[in-house]
Design a protein around this ligand. Structure first.
Ligand code: HPA
Length: 173
């Protein structure tokens, strides 16, 4: 019997502000079998797809993405908030509810012939994931697969990624 991963995610009302029900994955990752099963299921979905790199989105995408990269036997690419990577970077702006933010990758990390699996803990409106997929593609790499632990599907992010020809899998729909 597979574990009920949904039962291991805690929902916290009114965080970070009133009216938001926050899905908190810290309860999942502190559960050893739950954490391992989440990582293995994310990897399993994309095994055989010729993935060459896993890209994880800062910060919670690092937690799951690193495990998925190890499970698939490929390298890990951190997609970071601006100003954090030491080498030459390329960046992508994206809209927040109020204002804009920027994500970055190292300029020399990927190229044509690479096939990237994008991982994050959760997809909501998809702003960051869409920006990350676009940024990764600017290197010439293929970005046709994405995996999330949780898809808040009514917020439409997964549909935006699918509209970019990215196959999206979520463990908790
Ligand atoms: N949990 C974590 N991150 C999020 C959420 C959530 O419920 N909604 C949007 N980003």
């Amino acid at each position: 019997m597979p574990l009920d991963l949904k039962a291991l995610v805690r929902s916290i009302p009114d965080y970070p502000k009133a009216g938001i029900l926050f899905r908190d994955i810290t309860t999942l990752i502190e559960h050893p079998e739950g954490f391992r099963e989440a990582v293995e299921r994310l990897a399993e979905t994309h095994r055989g797809a010729g993935i060459t790199h896993v890209a994880g989105i800062e910060a919670r995408g690092f937690i799951f993405g690193a495990g998925v990269a190890i499970a698939l036997g490929v390298g890990f690419v951190p997609v970071r908030k601006s100003g954090k990577l030491p080498g030459e970077t390329i960046g992508q702006n994206y809209a927040l509810e109020y204002g804009v933010d920027t994500i970055e990758i190292h300029a020399d990390v990927l190229g044509a012939g690479d096939n990237v699996l994008l991982i994050d803990d959760l997809i909501a409106t998809g702003g960051t994931a869409v920006a990350a997929a676009g940024l990764l593609r600017r290197t010439g790499a293929r970005v046709a697969h994405a995996g999330f632990v949780i898809d808040l599907f009514d917020l439409g992010g997964a549909e935006k990624l699918r509209a970019m020809d990215v196959a999206v899998e979520a463990l908790i729909p």
